[in-house]
Design a protein around this ligand. Structure first.
Ligand code: F6R
Length: 240
């Protein structure tokens, strides 16, 4: 695990974008594993800017996202499919047919999980971008998720529902379930990039980098990844 500590969110976003841009430039058909949430927004802005000024192109890029809320689809501005269009896909030259998220409105979620696992098998990520839950979750793999998990439906923990309620008009509106890429499928990515910013992530960052590897803190599994880069700002790095 390689850890970079930077001053602030802006620098974290810049470094994150440079690492992803290098992967895009050095592969003819790159597969990017992407995340949603507050953490990667700055990175996506910088990637869109690099695309605008011709430094990188996403024409040959395919993407796979980590997760989606159960019950939400592209018509909901809280869905992750909507988030990705708003924050990245509508701002770059990617073919949207090459972008993939698990569906939050599948008729049969067992089938949807199998479909997404097969898609991931056929599209191994060259890099997987991760944010970090304050409880150490990656994707929506909450504490206690087995390290060999594949795409599955998860009951969100109270702490995640509370953390994410800031983006909804009230806590009752936060979906209670999500569909998420499994930990096994995250670990299969050739490279992993974890971004974290802010004091509320400091404990999770400490556990991820220095804690005992345990399913009680999913991010600790990343200590076993052969090429994991962590970029955190000073506040998130406060305990390491
Ligand atoms: C998002 C995801 C989550 C977030 C995490 C941090 O696709 O899978 O694991 O990365 O909850 O969220 P933010 O960035 O909003 O603090």
């Amino acid at each position: 695990m390689k850890v970079f500590i930077v001053d602030n969110y802006e620098q974290m976003s810049q470094k994150g974008a440079e690492i992803i841009a290098d992967v895009v430039k050095s592969n003819s058909n790159p597969v990017l594993g992407l995340a949603t949430g507050s953490t990667p927004i700055g990175t996506y802005e910088k990637l869109a800017e690099m695309n605008r000024c011709g430094e990188i192109s996403f024409k040959n890029v395919r993407t796979v996202n980590l997760d989606e809320y159960v019950g939400l689809d592209k018509n909901s501005d809280q869905s992750y499919v909507y988030f990705m269009s708003e924050n990245l896909f509508d701002k770059i030259d990617i073919d949207k047919n090459n972008t993939n998220l698990p569906s939050g409105i599948a008729a049969d979620f067992d089938e949807e999980c199998k479909r997404y696992s097969a898609l991931l098998e056929a599209n191994r990520q060259d890099i997987q971008l991760l944010g970090l839950g304050s409880n150490g979750h990656v994707g929506f793999n909450e504490p206690g998720t087995p390290f060999d998990s594949m795409t599955h439906i998860v009951d969100l923990t109270e702490s995640t529902i509370k953390d994410n309620s800031r983006l909804f008009s009230n806590i009752e509106e936060v979906p209670r379930q999500a569909i998420t890429m499994g930990i096994f499928e995250i670990m299969k990515s050739k490279k992993v990039l974890v971004l974290a910013s802010g004091r509320n992530k400091a404990n999770a960052v400490y556990q991820m980098v220095k804690g005992e590897i345990s399913e009680n803190c999913p991010a600790t599994v990343l200590q076993n990844h052969p090429d994991c880069i962590v970029v955190v700002d000073k506040d998130a790095a406060a305990l390491i």
